[in-house]
Design a protein around this ligand. Structure first.
Ligand SMILES: *Cc1c(COP(=O)(O)O)cnc(C)c1O
Length: 372
């Protein structure tokens, strides 16, 4: 049996065909009616946040920072163990990125890592609930509030994840900060059939600025500031409206698969499982193993395709080495050597899930365990 790392839920079924036909015959292919309809439905799903549809999660980050007025001489704190787009956005707006380490037994930085680097130049924290794990997001929210910092959430991997606030009320991540970046890249919890993204805002004035920025800075007939072209494609918006209807069911399915994995894989030698945390969106199921590359090879032999998220922390990527020559972030560096993402997506069959469980148990068996 073969288990691909990811299979998209999209099929050319009746609903998709009708929607695509509708958009094609509308003649409006960029943003337009379909884009607005998606923005409004996604905004409702998020409990009323202002939503601006854009071209990708990467642009969503850049536009979120720009719309909030973050720029040169502002320091932005972000994890080193995350996707490269986070750092690109900070650098592109001309701000100063301050990379922090993750906690030793988690993929996320905590206040312990963040608080020491915050100073009078710090303008914003870029919070990334990586892999869907929302642990600590409420603490970050409270910290930013206390210290008068902007909170930008990169919820590219956590759309549908939530936390409980002080009163025990569930709140979706992406609605906690001043701005949130969403990605609809196909592997994300709400995936399009191509690139797409959105920015959510607390303040409608920031959303309005973002709306102009994504369309060449155009506002009431004038190019008021230097913008970009980052409008959401109407075909993608049309599909995303369909995807939104299945999102809650898909999130439930992800959580069931994660539960199954955790129950079945507990106590395998040397294997560290992700935490079964509250409100986790389970975009990716990432385990750690001291012999990660061998484990990966064995799983491949058994037909299970895996991916490495991420093979280097950002301060070790060649493009940024000159910027961070002396930075050492030991927990991130270790995670990059040990992390391995297993297949987890709603379209998995029961047989495929069983195959992953059995293969991981076999691959973690005696010889790999004896190597330490
Ligand atoms: C996917 C992702 C992005 C970028 O999204 P794209 O839509 O691929 O541009 C940004 N941040 C994180 C954490 C991501 O996983």
């Amino acid at each position: 049996m073969r288990v691909p790392f990811f299979q998209s839920p999209w099929k050319f079924d009746k609903a998709a065909a009708l929607r695509l036909a509708e958009v094609l015959s509308s003649g409006s292919y960029v943003a337009g009616h379909e884009g607005e309809a998606f923005e409004s439905e996604f905004s409702d799903w998020l409990g009323g946040r202002e939503v601006v549809g854009v071209n990708s999660g990467t642009d969503a980050l850049f536009l979120a920072l720009t719309a909030l007025g973050i720029g040169s001489s502002d320091e932005v704190v972000l994890p080193s163990y995350t996707f490269i787009a986070c750092l690109e956005a900070v650098v592109r707006v001309g701000a100063v990125p301050v990379l922090v380490d993750s906690m030793p037994e988690s993929f996320l930085p905590g206040l312990e890592q963040i608080e020491p680097v915050v100073n009078s130049a710090t303008r914003a924290i870029l919070a990334v609930p990586l892999f869907g794990d929302t642990t600590g997001q409420m603490n970050l929210h409270a910290f930013c509030h206390r210290r008068g910092l902007l909170l930008i959430e990169d919820v590219a991997q956590a759309c549908g994840g939530y936390i409980a606030d002080e009163d025990g009320v569930h709140r979706l991540v992406g609605t906690l900060g001043h701005a949130a970046a969403f990605s609809f890249y196909p592997t994300k919890t709400l995936g399009a059939a191509g690139d797409g993204g959105a920015v959510g805002f607390d303040d409608p004035a920031h959303a309005e600025r973002c709306r102009a920025l994504r369309n060449h800075g155009l506002h009431r007939g004038e190019h008021c500031e230097i913008g970009i072209n980052s409008r959401l494609d109407a075909l993608q918006a049309g599909l995303l409206r369909l995807g939104l209807r299945n999102l809650d069911g898909n999130l439930k399915r992800r959580s069931e698969i994660a539960d199954r994995y955790i129950r079945a894989m507990t106590d395998l030698p040397l294997l560290c499982l992700p935490q079964r945390s509250f409100g986790n969106a389970w975009n990716y199921f990432v385990v750690r193993h001291p012999h990660r590359d061998q484990l990966r090879l064995r799983l491949a032999t058994l037909g299970v395709e895996t991916r490495v998220y991420y093979s280097r922390p950002l301060h070790r990527e060649p493009a940024y080495l000159r910027r961070f020559p002396a930075v050492r972030l030991p927990n991130s560096e270790k995670l990059a050597e040990q992390a391995l993402a297993l297949p987890l997506y709603p379209a998995m069959t029961t047989d495929q899930i069983d195959c992953v469980v059995d293969s991981v148990a076999r691959a973690c068996g005696s010889s790999l365990a004896a190597q330490t």
